[in-house]
Design a protein around this ligand. Structure first.
Ligand SMILES: [Zn+2]
Length: 72
């Protein structure tokens, strides 16, 4: 089965790009977009991960939500 080059339906980034940790294929959209949407909807697991990625400098366009969740 040949791998097709697929792009995120939202931001058009190439999916499953090993050089891009946010390009994980989440059913046609990249984790970069899906994570932010889920975090925005209040999904705590996604928010933790998105926040980690933000702190790693991977999500420069993301703004942490106002409501604070203590991580410890
Ligand atoms: Zn995307």
């Amino acid at each position: 089965m040949a791998l097709k080059s697929v792009s995120c339906r939202i931001c058009r980034r190439e999916l499953s790009n090993p050089k891009d940790p946010l390009s994980i294929d989440c059913g046609g959209d990249c984790w970069g977009c899906v994570g932010e949407i889920e975090a925005g909807m209040g999904d705590e697991k996604s928010l933790v991960k998105v926040r980690e990625e933000f702190e790693l400098g991977l999500r420069l366009n993301w703004t942490p939500p106002n409501k604070k969740i203590d991580s410890d």
